[in-house]
Design a protein around this ligand. Sequence first.
Ligand SMILES: NC(=O)c1ccc[n+]([C@@H]2O[C@H](COP(=O)([O-])OP(=O)(O)OC[C@H]3O[C@@H](n4cnc5c(N)ncnc54)[C@H](O)[C@@H]3O)[C@@H](O)[C@H]2O)c1
Ligand SMILES: N[C@H](C(=O)O)[C@H](O)COP(=O)(O)O
Length: 353
Amino acid sequence: MLSPSLSPLQVAISLGDPAGIGPEVALKALAIAQSQGLLQHTEITLVGSPLCWQTCYQNLRSRTEVADPADFAQRTTADPPTDIQTGEITAESGEVSFRALESAIAGTLEGQFEAIVTAPIAKAAWQLAGHGYPGQTEVLAEAAQVSRSGMLFVARSPQTGWELRTLLATTHIPLRDVPHVLSPELLTQKLSLLIDCLRQDFGIDRPTIAIAGLNPHSGEQGRLGREEQDWLIPWLASMRDRFPQVQLQGPQPPDTLWLSAGQAWQRAGVAAPDAYLALYHDQGLIPVKLLAFDRAVNTTIGLPFVRTSPDHGTAFDIAGQGMARPESFLAALELAIALAHNRRQRALQLETV
Ligand SMILES: NC(=O)c1ccc[n+]([C@@H]2O[C@H](COP(=O)([O-])OP(=O)(O)OC[C@H]3O[C@@H](n4cnc5c(N)ncnc54)[C@H](O)[C@@H]3O)[C@@H](O)[C@H]2O)c1
Ligand SMILES: N[C@H](C(=O)O)[C@H](O)COP(=O)(O)O
């Protein structure tokens, strides 16, 4: 038997919404990973309805490179009672995608998997199926019973190797609620989580982190909004005292905060922060997706296991046509393997001291 350090990493891939492009990008990414030898030390388990995995494979195999689900281990959940209509938001597809995620999480909490890569789900389909969660992140955090979790997007530039990391302080809430939900307590929780993650998962002990303001021009001394003056600037000052090893920049005008990321993405040697903290969903995700839509990975931090996902959704407009690009899913798979490997190494080091 292999020693724990040499046994294959156990990675689950959850089906996602079978009416969308999730199973397609997963099987395409797996075909690339197989051909590039990326799975040599990894055992992949496909989680979800076996009928849906097979249907996707049979539909696409003559048109494009897709891996055969039969090449992988399976953790099965119930097949849908009726045919899933590609591109349609239905309760049936919502139920199938929810069960796949639930089963992947259960397998992880039982110790079967070290990482989960989730294919995208449609939140509206979950609602139709009676699952009121705003996203997969929230299900994962609840199931893992963690007090702190966060939605971090990671993307590596193919030109320079520089890594963009953006954490969202708030996620799936209406824009009008953002100023009420933001607070010094919430930001302290997210910032400390980010600092821990940078140290443990990315090996950065003394990071530079840039924090966005909320209002145009960061409030322009209170003339365009008061949050910066009233509490964001004092909060940041207190965080500088609390985390002296971290260089904290901000609160910076949000419209230009990610300019440094754009420059470091394209040109080697440009100085840019190790991570950005965005105050709300689209503030952080517009620059991330504009710069790196085919590269970025959504990873849930603060969990006792690794979870990654592509940065895109179910793309119902192109589902079933074989044209979905698998690069973001492949990046999610690669990051999951790298992070799970790091965690295993760290656990072994802790055992030996
Ligand atoms: N991680 C996730 O589970 C996740 C992430 C984002 C959105 N979603 C869900 O997906 C659904 C659709 O969301 P949306 O339309 O806002 O975003 P989307 O990412 O699904 O699509 C946005 C646009 O990008 C295109 N696109 C997306 N992925 C692509 C790919 N791999 N290759 C080629 N083109 C691609 C689509 O065709 C569409 O034009 C929503 O229900 C949303 O909740 C899920
Ligand atoms: N907010 C993410 C994005 O826009 O890409 C995505 O919806 C996250 O969804 P999950 O929590 O389901 O991963």
